[in-house]
Design a binder for this molecule. Structure first.
Ligand code: BTN
Length: 262
């Protein structure tokens, strides 16, 4: 397995000033990015790994990818955004990943609320946002945006994932390598992030890609299962669910599945 080619990555990112760093293996790129943040590394730093031995996903789940088969990275950001707008960072990463993958030829990359990347009904990637809110203002002083995108993952080792997960090599022949996918992501992410910092929003671009709007869904939340029709998403990132009694409910966290029509 080839290591991530840091020198070639730099050549794909002319003019990008923030550091790009690479380690062959780490617990989680989120941990390393947090460690670098504590040592003063700047906004925009990208941390890439070939392998994570404790990669994590949302809601305490683990994130699995054999060495070198997925693009695994974390972006260290110091966005100074109001805490209410923190989920804009997840939206920015989802939009950048979708646009980046499509710019490489992958068709119809969708977002499953809140932050899964889907191709043809199966998950190709995910985003994990970890924030630190400032003590004296409701402001995000540090946000680590973790992105995992499956490139050549062979799911035969994990049969339970086979029906629900996919990799870029199923859709593009040959599949672009990790350097090209990272460069494509950053080409879209950097301007979206700059606009976010200047008060802009990518909510509409994100909402346009959402799966299952107008369809009956079931949302697994910490409070239990909620069923309704997915009607939309708020600027703050909540899912708007039309309940059986016609009331609209905002859901802030959970896992959505499509429900067969009654
Ligand atoms: C999810 O689908 O629940 C989010 C998955 C996020 C995975 C990426 S891989 C790089 C970064 N490091 C981690 O430990 N997680 C994120």
């Amino acid at each position: 397995m080839e290591r991530f080619d840091l020198a070639r990555a730099w050549k794909h990112l002319p003019g990008r000033a923030a550091p790009l760093t690479y380690v062959p293996g780490v617990s989680s790129t989120q941990d390393l990015a947090r460690h670098l943040a504590a040592r003063g590394w700047p906004d925009g730093t990208v941390v890439v790994a070939d392998y994570q031995f404790a990669g994590r996903g949302r809601q305490g789940r683990s994130w699995w990818a054999p060495r070198g088969t997925a693009l695994l990275f974390s972006l260290l950001t110091r966005p100074a955004l109001h805490a209410r707008r923190a989920s804009q960072l997840t939206m920015a990463a989802a939009v950048a990943a979708a646009e980046g993958l499509e710019s490489l030829g992958c068709k119809d990359v969708a977002v499953k609320w809140p932050n899964d990347l889907y191709v043809q009904g199966r998950k190709i990637g995910g985003i994990l946002l970890e924030t630190q809110i400032s003590a004296n203002a409701p402001e995000v002083e540090l946000a680590i945006v973790g992105v995992g995108i499956n490139l050549t993952v062979d799911f035969s080792e994990r049969p339970e994932l086979q029906a629900t997960a996919t990799s870029l090599h199923e859709w593009l022949h040959p599949a672009p390598d990790r350097v090209r996918v990272l460069a494509a992501f950053l080409r879209f992410f950097d301007p979206i992030y700059a606009s976010l910092r200047a008060g802009g929003s990518c909510h509409q671009h994100w909402a346009r890609r959402l799966l299952w709007l107008g369809q009956p869904v079931s949302v697994h939340t910490a409070q239990g299962e909620i069923v309704g029709i997915a009607r939309g998403v708020t600027v703050e990132g909540a899912l708007l669910l039309e309940m059986p009694d016609g009331e609209m409910e905002s859901i802030w966290a959970g896992d959505v599945t499509l429900r067969p029509a009654d």
